[in-house]
Structures are given as structure tokens and as C-alpha cells.
Ligand binder design. Structure first.
Ligand SMILES: C[S@@+](CC[C@H](N)C(=O)[O-])C[C@H]1O[C@@H](n2cnc3c(N)ncnc32)[C@H](O)[C@@H]1O
Length: 250
């Protein structure tokens, strides 16, 4: 085994208890109460991540755990199933600058922040003050780097340097598309997520001129039961979250 990360006061832990997952922040006097037992956080301090104590498995949270169990949701969010793919599909790398329209709860913003790293920049717009405040809190609590710039305003364009890529998550992307196009570099990838097929149709009409390499896709993940003697798909799956549209400026 390589280096060991120790659990410290103030750090996040993922607790898996009887198949359920909980993301908690360690405080010396805090505790987690499962039926018929209690886990004292003070007993975990100084121990490594990746341990089983009684009924509780203790892991270091992944970025997916943080999105799913840490961020407070006040809007529909982009789930990791899509957001991990989006970050690579937009060709984001360390140091990239990306524009986002529709911060919502900041779930996708959080993944963009990870993708561009400490020297990159995520500039994200949210018009509703309530959602902006919640997203700001989520970003301050969970982002590793100070690389996110949140604007509490309707997106009407951007005056600074052109972005490497952009992502749009608003009800009617055609209303902001041209302004986004003006804010990115030539050939830059632009992604969108849309819950309904008629919205996709409207977007495709708006992309007929000035855009190329357009693609529409869905991501379906089918998980399997992890019983070695009987490996079969889970009976239920999340069938629909949204359609993804990717295009590039011409
Ligand atoms: C579905 S939510 C975005 C969720 C977000 N992608 C996430 O993963 O948490 C859409 C958000 O876009 C915001 N919005 C809609 N039109 C906008 C605009 N023109 N400028 C800025 N924000 C906008 C809405 O207020 C709403 O909070």
C-alpha cells in the first residue's frame, strides 16, 4: 500500500452503513447514530480512510460521493452520470477556462472546477438569487480550489477573454446560445442538457447556422448486483435524466 491519508478534524468521510451512504464532516464531539449502535467521530480521528468498524465502512469521499450526498440541491442537478462525460467531452484540462450558464445548485460547476484544476477558471451565471446563494455555499464548502467565479445575474454576454468551452443548462438554450457563441473561441465545444425531446428539436433548429459537428446523445448506466454467485443487472435503473447536445462553433 502507498501513502495513507488519515482522518482529521474537519475532513469529510463517507460512511456506508447497511448499504446506505452518508457524507459527514468530522468533528471531535460528533457522532453517527445507526439503529442499535453509534459511531463516535472522535474514535476515527487519526485512523486511516478505508476501514471497517463494527457495522460501518469508512471511506474517503470521491467527487461523485460529494455531488450525490454532500451538495444541497435546490434545483434539478446534472448527475455524475452526465457531468463526468460532459467535462471530458468539452475537452477540459488543467488550466482550461469554461463558461457555464445556469449554475443551479452548482453540481455541474463542482465537476467543471475539478476538471480545470487550480489554474483553470469556471465562470458560471445564475439569475435566481436563492439558487445563487445555495450554489455559492456548496462551492465554498466542497470545492478544493478557488477557481470558480459565480455571477448572480441573467447571462447576457461576457466581455473578457474568450472561453475554451461552454456548458448551458437552462430551460430554453436558444435564448442564450448566440451570446454563448460570442463568448467562446472559434471551434470551441459547447454542451447542453435538455430534459425533453422537443427542447432538443428547438436547439437543433437554432444550431443550423454557425455551428458544426453537432451530436445528440443519452447516457444510460445499468448497474449490476455485486453477488459473485449471481451476477445480474439490478431490477431497477434510472432510465432518463436528460438529452445531451454537443456542438462546436464554426
Ligand atoms: C436546472 S438548473 C441548473 C442545474 C445545474 N446545472 C446543476 O447541476 O446544479 C437551471 C438554472 O438556470 C438558471 N437560469 C435560467 N436561465 C438563465 C439565464 N438566462 N441566465 C442565468 N441563469 C439562468 C435557473 O434559475 C436555474 O437555477
Amino acid at each position: 500500500m502507498g501513502d495513507i491519508t488519515l482522518i482529521e478534524d474537519g475532513r469529510l468521510v463517507l460512511i456506508i452503513w447497511r448499504g446506505r451512504r452518508y457524507l459527514k464532516r468530522i468533528a471531535p464531539d460528533g457522532s453517527f447514530h445507526g439503529k442499535g449502535g453509534m459511531l463516535r467521530y472522535g474514535d476515527l480521528i487519526g485512523k486511516p480512510y478505508g476501514i471497517r468498524t463494527g457495522d460501518y465502512d469508512i471511506f474517503e469521499p470521491t467527487i461523485e460521493d460529494i455531488v450525490m450526498y454532500g451538495l444541497k440541491r435546490e434545483t434539478q442537478i446534472v448527475f455524475p452520470k452526465e457531468s463526468f462525460y460532459i467535462a471530458f467531452r468539452l475537452s477540459l484540462k488543467k488550466g482550461s477556462r469554461v463558461l457555464e450558464v445556469g449554475t443551479g445548485s452548482g453540481a455541474n460547476t463542482f465537476i467543471l472546477s475539478h476538471a480545470v484544476g487550480p489554474d483553470g477558471r469556471v465562470v458560471s451565471y445564475e439569475q435566481e438569487e436563492r439558487h445563487f446563494r445555495n450554489a455559492k455555499r456548496n462551492i465554498e464548502r466542497f470545492c478544493d480550489w478557488d477557481n470558480v467565479e459565480l455571477h448572480n445575474e441573467e447571462f447576457t454576454g461576457f466581455e473578457g477573454d474568450a472561453f475554451d468551452a461552454a456548458f448551458i443548462d437552462v430551460r430554453e438554450p436558444p435564448t442564450v446560445l448566440e451570446k454563448v457563441r460570442d463568448a467562446v473561441k472559434g471551434s470551441a465545444p459547447i454542451g447542453m442538457i435538455l430534459p425533453t425531446a422537443n427542447q432538443v428539436s428547438d436547439v437543433l433548429k437554432a444550431l443550423e447556422e454557425g455551428y458544426g459537428d453537432t451530436e445528440v446523445l443519452e447516457i444510460l448506466i445499468r448497474k449490476y448486483k455485486t453477488v459473485a454467485e449471481r451476477v445480474v443487472p439490478n431490477d431497477r435503473m434510472i432510465a432518463h435524466t436528460g438529452y445531451l447536445v454537443f456542438t462546436r462553433t464554426l
